[in-house]
Every structure is written in structure tokens, then in C-alpha cells.
Design a protein around this ligand. Structure first.
Ligand code: UDP
Length: 476
């Protein structure tokens, strides 16, 4: 008689900190709460120091059920136009990695019984079929974004012309309407390869046995319900999954500085792992912060004109000493008592969880968004790329925890006066009160979802039950 193998999950991660961090958190939860061994298969570019650090984490040595396998680097240079968008690059890399995913799965012992792929890994789902594994997609973002992605093939047939040129809102059935200018980056130009890849991915997600999402039932019930009627696969909202605060030793200077500041008085400014500003925008931001007279911690990267996601594949790279050279003359001296500059990369979760931090000027990457919310910190939404304009709209208009510039930072420079006004409206305690209260409510709601018996905890149990049932009915 054939024995049922023991559960072992393989999770496929695409390059980039914003993808690897939530994959690692999913793995940790499967291990620590459900005792399921996990092997993470990572496609990496080897160009980012922050990424290398993440993939050799001291914190995971206690997780003896975790293995991280870096798949052989794929050379996609001959397949890519050097100017290809980040999404195109990711898709081409993940496609080229499919044979390595197959070999890795074949070689692993014990054999993995389920395959979970992230947003960009759906072309590996058929490999799970070859090995009769359960297969899931892990949307490391929110339900509204997932609904758009899975519905885009319908828009593709119905909408004439470019999405950004539409005069009406885009309507995904059951969801809040989406402003044409807030669509995800791949939808900005329908003739670009990244658009075709995006439509394909949304269709492929439906071939999985289920969809895991890094959100929770109470965060966006409307979009979750809409998504349930768009796709015919079970949904498992399992969030908010966020990384733990970085170890004490990382950047003690900022922690010591924060210890000296009054409660909720500091604005943390960071544009994620990939975000970069133009020289002009960097100058305006510096002036806006200074004019607001609020305290701040700012993670500064050298400016790059014309590309907002320039450091996506190289997070934390660059000359530490050079980053501040681009700030206005005298800025560092004038703000010495009220502000702290951190070049390139900061221990973000440690900073956001410090009691002195009271606001986050963020590019609204989904991990940063959740990291802010799980700490009850309101946001100045400054979207740059990917699905961040949608996230900004969701945070301001649905959740009521953020303010957003009138102009799109990807199209126009946000001027210092507007920056000053936004900073004051979030940081001055009376003015920011509503947003702060709402952010704290979401913190509690997220904690409840993840605790035993909560909606995300239960979703986790359900997906594990589903994978075990599939295992029992499968003969390896
Ligand atoms: N991050 C960090 N320090 C930094 C910048 C980013 O620790 O200086 C982390 C951040 O905490 C988050 C991730 O990098 O977990 C960025 O992911 P997100 O989804 O916010 O944005 P992306 O970088 O993918 O655009």
C-alpha cells in the first residue's frame, strides 16, 4: 500500500525584497504555527546587499524546518530589451527559471507536497501538476489589486484605447471604482510587454487550487467578496503578515535618537526597497520637511531622474557617504536637532514600532503599508510604481488612514508647500487624530485576525486542511 507523504511546502519567490519578505513570513508561520516544513525556492539577481542579508537570516537558524534554496541565476540578457520594465524583467526571469524549479522540486527530500508561487511565479503552476502537488498562488498584496489583476482580461476585451485615457472610472464588478490614472503600472501602456504579461498572470491564477492573500477579512471585505465572484478558486486571506522588528544591533544611532524624542512626534520617510526620486523632487521634499518643523527620520537615496523604481534590483546598494550630497545646501545642519538622515537602507520595522514614530511618508508598497498599519501609524501616501497608486487610493478613501498629494508624484513634482501641509496634517496631533485612531483600530483588527480563532488564523488552517485532503487523494 502506498503511504501518504508528510506535508512539505515549497514556496517559489521572485526577485526583490518586497516579494521575498512576505514569502519568508509565510514560511515562518507555516513552520511555527503548523509545524509544516518549508523550502523556499528563490530566484535571485545577486545584486542587492539587502536581499543577500535577507536570504541568510540569523533569525531563521532557529527555524530548523526552513530551507532556502537559491535557484541557479538565470541569464536573461539575450531575452530582454535593456529598457524593459521591472515587471517584464521579473516575468522573463521567472519564465526562464521554470526548468530549475522542476529540477529543484525533483531533487528535494522529502518531496514537497504543495507548491505556493508568488505573483510572478504562476508559470510554474503546471510543474506542480506534473508532480501531483497541491498548488496555490500567494498574492503578496491586497484584494482590490488581486481583483483588478484577475479581471483585467475582461477589461482587455471591453475597453477601447489606453486605460489612462478613459474618461470614466474603471468598474470591476462589486469593487470600488478605480480612477484610470491609478491603474497598476503594467496597465499604463497596453502596447508594452508588461501589460501582456500582467493579463496572462491574472488568468493563470485561476488554475491554482487556491489564492492566499496578504490581507484580512475585515480590512477590505468588499474587494474580497468581489474577488470571490470573479475567480472560481477558494480565497485564503491570511494577513497581515509582516516581518519582525530587526535585531537590536542594526543601526543603533537611529534607535538612540528616537529614544530621545517625544511620543508619536517623528515622521519616518522612506520609499521602500526600490523607490527613487528625481533631483528636483528630493529638493522639494527636503524643503517641505524643513518648513513643516516636524521631526523626521529620512532614508535618503541619490536621486535618479526619470525612473521611480530604479533601485528595485539593487536595494541597499550605493555609496553611503554620497546620498546626502544631493540635499539642499545647509539642510543637514539646519535640521540637525529635528531630523536624522539614514543613507540607503534602514531597519524599517524597528523604526515603525518605536513609540516616538507617529507618521510614515511612504511609497505605499504593500509591505510598507502593512508595516505601518500593524504599528497603528498613519501615512502620507506617495505612490511611485507597481500597484502603489491603488494602495494610496485605498488608504485615503477607504481606510481613512492617509493623506495623498493632489498631483501624481510620477507625473509632476510635489511642491514643498503641499508637502509641508501634508506633514502637518498627519503629524500635528489634533489634525491627524482621526487617521491615528483609525490606524490603531486597524492594528487591533489585524492582530485579532491573526490570533487563534481569528479570520486569518482560520484561513491558514483551511488552506492546510485543503492541501492535506489533496495529499490523501493523491498517489505519488
Ligand atoms: N525596507 C527596509 N528598509 C528600507 C527600505 C525598505 O527594511 O530602508 C523593507 C520594508 O520594511 C519592506 C520592504 O523592504 O518590508 C519593501 O517592501 P514594499 O512592499 O513596501 O515595497 P517595494 O520595495 O516592494 O516597492
Amino acid at each position: 500500500m502506498e503511504e501518504t507523504p508528510t506535508p512539505h511546502a515549497a514556496i517559489l519567490s521572485s526577485p526583490g525584497m518586497g516579494h521575498q519578505i512576505p514569502v519568508l513570513e509565510l514560511a515562518k508561520r507555516l513552520i511555527t504555527q503548523h509545524n509544516i516544513p518549508v523550502t523556499i525556492l528563490v530566484v535571485t539577481t545577486h545584486t542587492s546587499p539587502a536581499e543577500s542579508h535577507l536570504l541568510h537570516p540569523p533569525a531563521t537558524t532557529s527555524l530548523n524546518l526552513l530551507r532556502i534554496v537559491q535557484l541557479p541565476p538565470v541569464d536573461v540578457s539575450s531575452l530582454l530589451d535593456p529598457a524593459a520594465a521591472v515587471v517584464t524583467q521579473l516575468c522573463v526571469m521567472m519564465r526562464a527559471a521554470v526548468p530549475s524549479v522542476r529540477s529543484a522540486l525533483l531533487g528535494l527530500r522529502p518531496r514537497p507536497t504543495s507548491l505556493i508561487v508568488d505573483l510572478f511565479g504562476s508559470e510554474s503552476l503546471p510543474v506542480a501538476d506534473e508532480f501531483r502537488m497541491a498548488k496555490y498562488v500567494y498574492i503578496t498584496s491586497n484584494a482590490w489589486f488581486a481583483a483588478l489583476t484577475c479581471y483585467c482580461h475582461v477589461f482587455d476585451k471591453e475597453v477601447v484605447g489606453q486605460y489612462v485615457d478613459q474618461t470614466e472610472m474603471l468598474r470591476i464588478p462589486g469593487c470600488k471604482p478605480l480612477r484610470p490614472e491609478d491603474v497598476v503600472d503594467p496597465m499604463l501602456d497596453r502596447n508594452d510587454q508588461q501589460y501582456k504579461e500582467y493579463v496572462r498572470m491574472g488568468v493563470e491564477y485561476s488554475s491554482a487550487h487556491g489564492m492566499l492573500l496578504n490581507t484580512w477579512e475585515d480590512q477590505d471585505p468588499q474587494s474580497l467578496n468581489a474577488l470571490r465572484s470573479i475567480v472560481d478558486v477558494p480565497l485564503y486571506p491570511i494577513g497581515p503578515l509582516t516581518k519582525a522588528a530587526e535585531p537590536e544591533a542594526t543601526n543603533t544611532e537611529v534607535m538612540e535618537w528616537l529614544d530621545q524624542q517625544p511620543g508619536e512626534s517623528v515622521l519616518y520617510v522612506s520609499f521602500g526597497s526600490g523607490g527613487t526620486l528625481s533631483g528636483e523632487q528630493l529638493t522639494e521634499l527636503a524643503w517641505g520637511l524643513e518648513m513643516s518643523q516636524q521631526r523626521f527620520v529620512w532614508v535618503v537615496r541619490p536621486p535618479i531622474d526619470g525612473q521611480v523604481d530604479a533601485s528595485f534590483f539593487s536595494s541597499g546598494n550605493g555609496a553611503v557617504s554620497g546620498a546626502v550630497d544631493f540635499l539642499p545646501d545647509g539642510f543637514v545642519d539646519r535640521t540637525r536637532n529635528s531630523g536624522l538622515i539614514i543613507p540607503l537602507w534602514a531597519p524599517q520595522m524597528k523604526i515603525l514600532s518605536h513609540p516616538s514614530v507617529g507618521g510614515f511618508l511612504s511609497h505605499c508598497g504593500w509591505n510598507s503599508t502593512l508595516e505601518s498599519l500593524v504599528n497603528g501609524v498613519p501615512i502620507i501616501a506617495w505612490p511611485l510604481y507597481a500597484e502603489q497608486r491603488m494602495n494610496a487610493a485605498f488608504l485615503t478613501e477607504e481606510l481613512g488612514v492617509a493623506v495623498r498629494p493632489e498631483v501624481l508624484p510620477t507625473k509632476e513634482v510635489v511642491r514643498r508647500e503641499e508637502i509641508e501641509e501634508m506633514v502637518r496634517s498627519v503629524m500635528e496631533l489634533e489634525r491627524g487624530k482621526g487617521m491615528r485612531v483609525r490606524a490603531k483600530e486597524l492594528k487591533i483588527s489585524g492582530e485579532k485576525a491573526l490570533s487563534k480563532g481569528g479570520s486569518s488564523y482560520n484561513s491558514f488552517c483551511e488552506v492546510i486542511k485543503d492541501s492535506k485532503l489533496r495529499l490523501e487523494s493523491t498517489k505519488f
